[in-house]
Design a protein around this ligand. Structure first.
Ligand SMILES: *Cc1c(COP(=O)(O)O)cnc(C)c1O
Ligand code: SF4
Length: 326
């Protein structure tokens, strides 16, 4: 199974033309930009591409990954570090912004490059942590009794191997005041084969309460393989949550958001956050304005059970938590 996900990852698309051929579209009919893909690389794993609707230039999955000319338009207010992550970067790879929890960026890589990514300009070079540097992070966590939760993030933390994760968990389990482990990963969605039995068994054995926060924006991202993997993951112990980003032309309708919540919940995943787009340079064409977003979530609330409605939130630099809007 291990070899299987790593092979699939290597076989992903890293050339725009190859993906367009695969989905039966022509570059000439789309606002494709090679220059945009030079600023932030193009990358799509095969299992995700297979869920795109063939011949549909407006496919919501394609829109999330296709580099387009609009990314090159500078927009006022859209900057490289809108979240003030530089100030919270206490050690290479470690962000300590909020009380009680730290966020550990294990790798700068992802299986998919989402064009709206809030960390598309993050300095991963400066934050590349070798296995030896992990120890400085463990020491930091061990020295601060207020840290009860460690969040593994990235890039995508599940791109590290099962044996590296085992090493990481063992080190965190040895720090008595650490109670919870949270994993923020898009891999269960875009490359579900990553959820190996070795990984699930290891999570199940941990003394830490484990929360797996996946990232899906549209119901079409969840096919039968994803459904099964999410269900199996939930059976292995972790609490499953989902975070989405509200994206123009992808999921900015009540129908889309309701379908997504219902489909997630059917696989034991609870909707958590619906993020307003972070104003990162190159992403302004995905913006849904504040009032429209509030209206959408209010309409969603009138059509769904309360627990199916994600919290609309926004992150502002320098605040002590993400801010819940609705
Ligand atoms: C989002 C985030 C968290 C987690 O916030 P929650 O509201 O607990 O989900 C923690 N640290 C950093 C740096 C974050 O950006
Ligand atoms: S998976 Fe997450 S971190 Fe990676 S490119 Fe997409 S949004 Fe960014």
């Amino acid at each position: 199974m291990n070899d299987c996900w790593q092979t699939l990852l290597k076989q992903g698309f890293n050339e725009i033309g190859a993906l367009l051929d695969f989905v039966g579209l022509h570059a000439a009919d789309l606002p494709v930009s090679i220059e945009a893909s030079q600023q932030f690389a193009f990358k799509v794993p095969m299992p995700f591409a297979q869920r795109m609707v063939k011949g549909d230039a407006n496919d919501p999955l394609l829109r999330q990954v296709l580099p387009v000319k609009a990314e090159l338009n500078a927009q006022p207010g859209f900057i490289d570090d809108p979240l003030g992550e530089k100030q919270a970067n206490v050690l290479p790879g470690l962000l300590h912004k909020y009380h009680g929890r730290v966020l550990f960026m294990l790798t700068g890589h992802c299986a998919v490059n989402c064009r709206y990514c809030f960390r598309r300009s993050f300095d991963y070079g400066r934050n590349r942590v070798s296995r030896a540097q992990w120890q400085t992070v463990f020491d930091y966590v061990a020295a601060d009794q207020t840290i009860e939760e460690v969040i593994l993030s990235g890039g995508d933390p599940l791109l590290i191997t099962d044996s590296q994760l085992d090493f990481m968990l063992t080190a965190l389990e040895a720090i008595p005041h650490v109670k919870r482990l949270r994993i923020h990963s898009r891999l269960p969605i875009v490359l579900p084969q990553r959820m190996t039995t070795t990984l699930l068994n290891r999570l199940q054995l941990s003394r830490l309460l484990t929360v797996l926060v996946v990232h899906a924006n549209h119901a079409n991202e969840i096919d039968q393989t994803v459904e099964r993997v999410l269900f199996d993951s939930s059976q292995a112990g972790p609490i499953l949550l989902n975070q989405s980003v509200l994206l123009a032309g992808v999921n900015d309708s009540v129908k889309c958001l309701a379908e997504l919540s219902k489909k997630l919940f059917a696989c034991h995943v609870q909707p958590y956050y619906l993020h307003l787009l972070d104003p990162v340079a190159g992403t302004s064409h995905f913006e849904v304005d504040y009032d429209t977003a509030v209206g959408l979530v209010s309409d969603l609330r009138s059509s769904l059970s309360g627990y199916l409605v994600p919290r609309l939130c926004r992150e502002l630099a320098g605040q002590d938590s993400k801010k819940i809007i609705a």
